[in-house]
Design a protein around this ligand. Structure first.
Ligand code: ZN
Length: 256
């Protein structure tokens, strides 16, 4: 009944994919969206989606990999994005946290992939880290026509309000459960239930009490439960709402 809308099954830390999938199915997670960080990891997601009925994928180039973006890389991203299980272009965006970074290249690659999403009528999965101003500017000047989600949202309530007004969804990860998560808690309470998504961003960001270990989609019920309690909603009902939200934003989730 749970959905993980953002994870990295192509990561070597989750290399025993059969075991990872078996574990999350056992934990009640029936739908998982694995992200591309470059053409190669997007293609791994494509292959995994063929092998596992519960796996869907996004195709795209992560801002931290934007230096490797060229016509050939772009063609590979587009080629698999027309697949029936490719639910989005992602993850794309801006990251000024990991240094060194090249702002101009990141912005160019981000805009180019928004255009791909618009041409293919797909939503986008957005990564925004230490780059709020520029990300909002790109999203305003190059509007994603089929919507999107701000994944692992780390912004303020004010920023959340701006992206919600633009029609975006906000996705919550294990960071919400961390001890110092005051800002995230405020945002968690603020975002309307019908605009919330849940994710693990695994293998990163394992939620409390598993912080510091290899994260996996099996932990998404912990995040969903935490957010449901924060909002004072019964877990089953909230999980159902989150699934509906995901199916509204990512129509291809219903297509298979
Ligand atoms: Zn990610």
């Amino acid at each position: 009944m749970f959905i993980d809308t953002h994870c990295h099954l192509a990561d070597p830390k989750l290399a025993d994919t059969d075991a990872v999938v078996e574990e999350y199915l056992k934990a009640g997670v029936d739908t998982v969206m694995t992200m591309g960080c470059c053409a190669q990891t997007s293609e791994v997601g494509f292959e995994q989606s063929k092998k596992y009925p519960s796996v869907y994928f996004a195709s795209g180039v992560h801002p931290s990999d934007s230096a490797g973006y060229n016509n050939q890389e772009k063609d590979r991203v587009i080629k698999i994005a027309t697949d029936k299980k490719c639910v989005a272009i992602g993850e794309i965006g801006l990251d000024y946290y990991w240094k060194p970074y090249d702002k101009d290249t990141q912005i160019k690659v981000f805009i180019d992939q928004i255009e791909i999403a618009n041409e293919l009528k797909l939503p986008i999965c957005v990564h925004m880290r230490d780059a709020t101003q520029d990300t909002l500017q790109v999203l305003t000047e190059h509007k994603p026509m089929y919507g999107g989600v701000l994944h692992c949202f780390s912004g303020s309530v004010e920023t959340a309000k701006i992206v919600l007004d633009k029609g975006f969804y906000i996705s919550f990860a294990g960071t919400l459960t961390f001890k110092n998560a005051n800002k995230a808690l405020e945002v968690g309470k603020f975002v309307p239930t019908d605009r919330c998504l849940t994710e693990t961003d695994s293998p990163f960001l394992a939620p409390t009490p598993y912080r510091g270990t290899v994260n996996s989609p099996k932990n998404v019920p912990i995040i969903c439960d935490f957010l449901a309690k924060l909002k004072g909603i019964e877990l089953t009902e909230f999980a159902k709402t989150v699934k509906n939200n995901a199916q509204t934003l990512f129509p291809k989730l219903k297509n298979v």
